[in-house]
Design a protein around this ligand. Structure first.
Ligand code: NAD
Ligand code: A1AUG
Length: 515
């Protein structure tokens, strides 16, 4: 019997031994920089001429890996393999599938710092953030393995004396998993293994900025005993390979995590029934956020300022859960604003390699340009209180930026920036604060800092977000503890790391036998 699930502990890098282990792991990973990685289709390694070049965003000159690039022809080959493999994989024992996840978790745990070091290089993550990403990947493997064991015998239903009724979940078919670069390990691994452990076969298209970690996951799963063809690794251009697979009549479901723009495009395309298609495609689509921390006048103001700063600037604000707006009661606005600015000015952005900066780089030139453009917009829309500058000579660094006195309707209050930028605004009272908090098209995370119990209960009912936190920041959900997913334009609320998640990858089948 497997032991009950608990989340993977985080590493304390103030402990010298842990710090040394991490430095050692970084050295080890550096030896692998610049390697070539093939596609994996049906277990076969396929090398293409055309390559995706994955670089370290903290140092553009440092190539993490050259990754073979799929095109439509190779995507078709992968689809055929996944379709054929489904015929055997769908009948595999769920326990066998869960065991692959448990063994994979153990393999990663044994080489934990090595994976974390890779995330520091490929994702530009500070140590703490990279360690949390590795821990979350392990958590997804452990949690979904256990969830599958719970679901494998179906759910009890009623039978009359003349019959025996059963209700089981069966897999869907071939799933296309499209993952983002920001939780390059955890989200990529979680969405992939959820689809696989439920008996589906998978076409994995990781983000083009971070394809190497997905190859490393494939190696782990193979070592743990995953048969060939069950997950096929096909990094490639979003539009070319993504659209082709989303439109494909043999695609049974799509599990996407990424931007609102791409998510809505996939949703629309997946809805069209193609010639020869025998089903309505299932879509699991998790998108962006414009997440708010509300600060009441009866609140621990130091906690409020710390929560805003940590949630806004952790991993340079490149989390769908990041706090990009704070709505502060007018009675305490000045005090909270001053403290947020003070704490922000203590932070720096730099190469995460030696763990001496709170923030690392942003992911690429496109992200850098977009964030810097929003900073210019912010200068028109509010008062620049901290930051406002960047440096893209060596890597893509943006300083943590705070704008004050911003109107709730302003663009920097409404649009996802996905960078280290937070806008502050005042509310006359708690009712108005919640109204402003809800005034975006998203609904992913939010937090309320207050000591007023009535206001907490009011927020529980009226603050319309998938993940609502009280007296803490709005990031860092833990698998199995805070199931994660959002409302409205934040997505389908599939709740990754929650008890319902796997069911989205299956369909219920009733059988009724006359006795
Ligand atoms: N809700 C969540 O759980 C969650 C988690 C992480 C990130 N996000 C969101 O993800 C975004 C950042 O990630 P990103 O920049 O990688 O997002 P993105 O939408 O640009 O890319 C996500 C994935 O989609 C692929 N893609 C691009 N065009 C495609 C197309 N036409 N068809 C199919 N696939 C296509 C990309 O190659 C990548 O693999 C942010 O908006 C963030 O809020 C959401
Ligand atoms: N699950 C992460 C966010 C994932 C999106 O980027 C959190 O809770 O901070």
């Amino acid at each position: 019997m497997v032991v009950p699930y608990t989340h993977e502990p985080f590493t304390d890098f103030t402990v010298e031994e842990n710090r040394q282990q991490m430095l050692h792991a970084l050295k080890k990973v550096e030896k692998d920089l610049g390697k070539e990685y093939p596609l994996i289709i049906g277990g076969e390694r396929i090398t293409t001429e055309d390559k995706i070049v994955s670089v370290n965003p903290a140092n553009k000159e440092e190539v993490v890996g050259y990754v073979s690039k799929a095109n439509q022809e190779l995507a078709e080959k992968a689809m055929k393999v996944a379709d054929q493999t489904f015929e055997t994989w769908r009948k595999s024992d769920p326990k066998f599938r869960a065991d692959i996840l448990f063994r994979s978790a153990a393999i990663i745990r044994r080489r934990k710092h090595e994976f974390t070091a890779h995330l520091i290089k490929e994702g530009g993550k500070p140590w703490k953030e990279a360690d949390a990403d590795t821990a979350e990947a392990i958590d997804f493997l452990e949690y979904y393995g256990r969830q599958m064991l719970e679901l494998k015998d179906g759910v009890k239903i009623n039978s009359r004396p003349i019959e025996y009724n059963q209700y089981h979940y069966i897999p869907l078919g071939v799933g296309v998993v499209i993952s983002p670069w920001n939780f390059l390990f955890a989200i990529m691994a979680g969405t992939t293994v959820a689809a696989m452990v439920t008996g589906n076969t998978v076409l994995l298209k990781p983000a083009s900025a971070t394809p190497v970690i997905a190859y490393k996951l494939m190696e782990v799963l193979e070592e743990a005993g995953m048969p060939a063809g069950v997950i096929n690794y096909i990094p490639g251009p979003g539009k070319e390979v993504g659209d082709y697979l989303v439109d494909h009549p043999r695609t049974r479901f799509i599990s996407f995590t990424g931007s609102r723009e791409v998510g809505t495009r996939i949703f629309e395309r997946a809805a069209k029934v193609q010639e020869g298609q025998k089903w309505l495609k299932r879509t699991i689509i998790e998108m962006g956020g414009k997440d708010t921390i509300v600060v009441d006048n009866e609140a621990d103001l130091e906690l409020a300022a710390e929560s805003i700063v940590q949630s806004a600037f952790g991993f340079s604000g490149q989390k769908c859960s990041a706090c990009s707006r704070a709505v502060i009661h007018e009675d305490v606005y000045e005090e909270v604003k001053d403290r947020v600015v003070e704490l922000t000015k203590e932070l720096s952005a730099g190469n995460p390699h030696d763990n001496s900066h709170f923030m690392g780089p942003v992911i690429d030139q496109g992200a850098y340009d977009k964030i810097m453009d929003y900073i210019e917009i912010g200068k028109q829309e509010g008062e620049l209180l901290a930051g406002g500058s960047g440096d893209n000579r060596i890597g893509w660094f943006v300083n943590p930026t705070v704008f004050g006195n911003v109107s709730p309707e302003a663009r920097i209050m409404q649009e996802e920036i996905f960078g280290p930028v937070v806008a502050l605004t005042k509310a006359k009272n708690f009712d108005e604060a919640i109204e402003i908090a809800n005034n975006t098209e998203y609904g992913l995370t939010g937090a309320v800092i207050t000591n007023n119990r009535t206001h907490l209960e009011q927020a529980r009912q009226d603050f319309h977000v998938g993940n609502l936190y009280f007296n803490r920041g709005c990031t860092a959900a833990i698998v199995g503890y805070q199931p994660f997913g959002g409302f409205n334009m934040s997505g389908t609320d599939s709740k990754a790391g929650g008890p319902d998640y796997l069911i989205h990858h299956m369909q219920g089948k009733t059988s009724s036998e006359m006795l």
